[in-house]
Design a protein around this ligand. Structure first.
Ligand code: ADP
Ligand code: MG
Length: 696
């Protein structure tokens, strides 16, 4: 299984290099783990005359003639005719033109395999796979053949999907009996799984659909199971190996605030979550908890309460937010709320002036500062605490694992960590992505919130929109207008924003109205100034790019207008909508879009109009985009599954997680004889990971 792929017949060093670069394949085992993403029936040879679909693969047998180079003086493409007894079809090449004339011989039969493209109502083939026809070809007539991921570069070097299929077959012939079983016998039997060896054979070379199904089931099952087993073991190890600060006192700070300064009654969900966290903090192991709650569910107050518990136990804490604006807002609210308790709360960000910074750093080191709030400037190495006990991270997806690792080094015993996400993620995704964390959920909004009314409008409705905004402003309310900001076209977006600003100025002229504007290219102080003007109601309309996306809390704002709404992702739209509906007044979210929308774009906007529930939105988002695109999963590489699909395999995720829990409950070290295979496989999986796993 560990044999280098270069030694496989028909591969060699050049192709091996390409396989490594393009697919990360270096050994036989790696190759076998490249599974087909679909299958085609290669027992059939189709006829040219019947080509009428650009979505399916065709397999033709015929001759090639009329090869022409097109474009002078340097050819830019080549064309040829592929013919069988029913007709001819054009074949086009854009690369490898130098060799094209020598590649095909007159009168020789070739097999062509590929998808047809439709162009001006005519079909042709662009860079199909073409090989000399050999009636004894092992793949033709074999039944189902896997279609594998390939790249242009691979195809240029003769590594098309058909070749990959052949290589898989060769490998299986050589190593079939060395494919090890990884699951205990009992488990295989109870779950009616096929042996691993069969699964590998059948996934690559199935005789029929039933074989594909049972092979897929076995391999998915195994991948989920080991993923969960590994996550849960990480968690167990961490809990055993890493002691946590024990916060066993709930004292005057917590109780004093609760009794005398609480601005509103807590929701039951908030109370429950505070209890869960309190229990964790007193347990003696280090807390690693994810707090999920829809926008506006009141996560900040929870952070505040547990920072008070830290203080009650003589520990410092810090709260880290992804943007300067959000960090500032947290600082202002929290320092105001805590003022009566006499705590020292400080703010630190990249724009803190040197003198102030020095003062804060000194205060942190001698223990004067109780709570530090800020941006990722908090985790710079020169920020040293006397006794840091707790870190709260708001909107976690902006913080990478390495940054979190830095936090861990801020005290001899790592601080407790509470991560708060604003974008709810579906249960199965949470189990997978954060499988080694504890999870708390706030599933209830504070009382008296009126559901936000969401409408989808088009450009022709703009006057109506302006009229509506004017009426809301006349009632004393404020309006957000958001423009998309997409990195690649930052300039264009800025132009959009400026054009929008001018149109707004005409519709909402001074002195009756005042408009503020915030965008990413502004200095932090300027942004903050504009934000403050809006908070103080000096401006009624705030135009911005998505910098206001996360966390901002301006209860008097009741209208969120999202321009070019079709360009935003669903969770982002939901986030933006969450900026309104925070006070007692009826709030509105207006989605402006162009007429022609992509299918997905239409579904996203419809989902927004249909529901206010963040968890439901998250589910729809997951269906539409797949897990790889969900915020926070891209960089993590954690969801690099070979065959498992956490959207489609929802039940399997929960099932295998339970199973893994049972196994570990009975045999935490996997030391029992019946678990030898499990222990081996887990050890291998762990080996491949860096020690980040313990931190995540
Ligand atoms: P998020 O979970 O999105 O971070 P916040 O913590 O910013 O939400 O809270 C949203 C708003 O709701 C804030 O204005 C906050 O003061 C208010 N709030 C939080 N909890 C309650 C509650 N139990 N009752 C009433 N208002 C609350
Ligand atoms: Mg928040």
């Amino acid at each position: 299984m560990q044999t280098k792929i270069a030694y496989l017949k028909g591969v060699g060093p050049k192709k091996a290099e390409i396989l490594l670069k393009e697919l990360g394949v270096s050994t036989y085992q790696d190759m076998l783990n490249q599974f087909p993403f679909r299958y085609i029936d290669r027992s059939q040879i189709q006829k040219v005359a019947y080509i009428n679909d650009d979505t399916v693969y065709y397999q033709l047998v015929g001759t090639i003639s009329n090869i022409k180079l097109i474009g002078a003086p340097r050819a830019t493409r080549a064309t040829g005719l592929f013919s069988d007894e029913t007709g001819s079809i054009e074949v086009v090449w854009f690369r490898g033109l130098k060799w094209i004339k020598d590649r095909f011989k007159q009168g020789v039969k070739y097999v062509l395999f590929g998808k047809a493209s439709e162009f001006n109502h005519n079909f042709n083939f662009v860079h199909p796979e073409i090989e000399e026809y050999d009636p004894k070809d092992p793949l033709i007539g074999e039944g189902l053949q896997g279609v594998y991921n390939t790249t242009e570069k691979m195809k240029d070097h003769g590594l098309g999907t058909r070749t990959i299929a052949k290589l898989q077959k060769l490998i299986l012939q050589q190593v079939y009996e060395y494919i090890p079983e990884t699951l205990p016998k009992a488990l295989i039997k109870e779950n009616q799984l096929i042996p691993r060896r069969y699964a590998y054979y059948e996934i690559h070379l199935p005789a029929n659909n039933i074989e594909i199904q049972q092979a897929t089931r076995r391999l998915k099952y195994e991948e989920h199971f080991f993923f969960q087993l590994k996550m849960l073991r990480n968690k167990m190890h961490r809990e055993q190996a890493i002691k946590g600060h024990v916060f066993n006192v709930v004292g005057d700070y917590f109780n004093g605030f609760y009794k005398d300064h609480l601005p509103f009654p807590l929701t039951n969900a908030q109370k429950r979550v505070i209890k869960e966290i309190r229990k964790d903090l007193g347990s003696g192991h280090q807390m690693n908890r994810l707090l999920q709650g829809d926008v506006g569910s009141g996560k900040t107050i929870i952070a505040l309460f547990i920072m008070l518990i830290a203080k009650d136990n003589q520990y410092q804490s810090c709260l880290m937010a992804p943007t300067e604006i959000l960090a500032t807002q947290h600082y202002e609210k929290i320092s105001k709320q805590l003022a009566p308790l006499g705590l020292r709360v400080e703010f630190l960000s990249g724009s803190t002036k040197t003198a102030k910074r020095r003062e804060i750093l000194a205060g942190l080191e001698n223990g004067d500062v109780d709570i530090l709030i800020g941006t990722h400037a908090l985790i710079e190495d020169n920020v040293q605490f006397q006794n840091l006990g707790l870190v709260v991270i708001d909107e976690q997806h902006r913080f990478g694992v390495e940054q979190r690792a830095k936090l861990w080094r801020k005290n001899t015993t790592p601080p407790h960590v509470l991560v708060m996400t604003a974008t709810p993620i579906p249960r199965t995704l949470a189990m997978t992505l954060y499988g080694d964390l504890d999870i708390s959920v706030i599933d209830e909004l504070p009382q008296g919130r009126k559901p936000i009314i969401t409408k989808h409008l088009y450009e022709k409705d703009r006057l109506r929109l302006f009229g509506f905004m004017q009426r809301q402003i006349a009632e004393g309310r404020q309006v957000f207008v958001v423009y998309p900001l997409i990195q690649e076209s930052e300039k264009m977006d800025l132009l959009d924003l400026m054009a929008g600003y001018e149109a707004m100025e005409r519709a909402f002229p001074l002195p009756k109205y005042a408009i503020g504007i915030i965008h990413g290219k502004m200095k932090a102080e300027v942004k903050d100034y504009e934000m403050q003007r809006f908070i103080k109601k000096e401006t009624q309309i705030l135009l911005s790019t998505t910098v206001i996306e996360v966390g901002i809390d301006v209860p008097n704002a009741t209208v969120m207008v999202i321009e070019n709404a079709e360009r935003f992702g669903l969770s982002q739209l939901h986030q933006l909508r969450g900026r309104v509906g925070r006070g007692g007044n009826q709030s509105y979210c207006i989605l402006m879009s162009k007429y022609e929308l992509s299918n997905d774009g239409r579904k996203r906007l419809k989902a927004m109009v249909d529901t206010n529930d963040g968890f439901e939105i998250a589910n729809i988002d997951l269906q539409l985009r797949g897990p790889g695109d969900i915020q926070g999963t891209q960089q993590s590489g954690m969801l690099d599954f070979k065959i498992a699909d956490i959207v489609k395999d929802e039940k399997l995720v929960a099932y295998t997680r339970n199973l893994a829990m049972q196994v570990l409950d009975n045999d935490p070290d996997l030391s029992r004889p019946e678990h030898v295979r499990l222990a081996k496989t887990v050890a291998k999986l762990m080996q491949r990971e860096t020690n980040w796993s313990i931190i995540s």
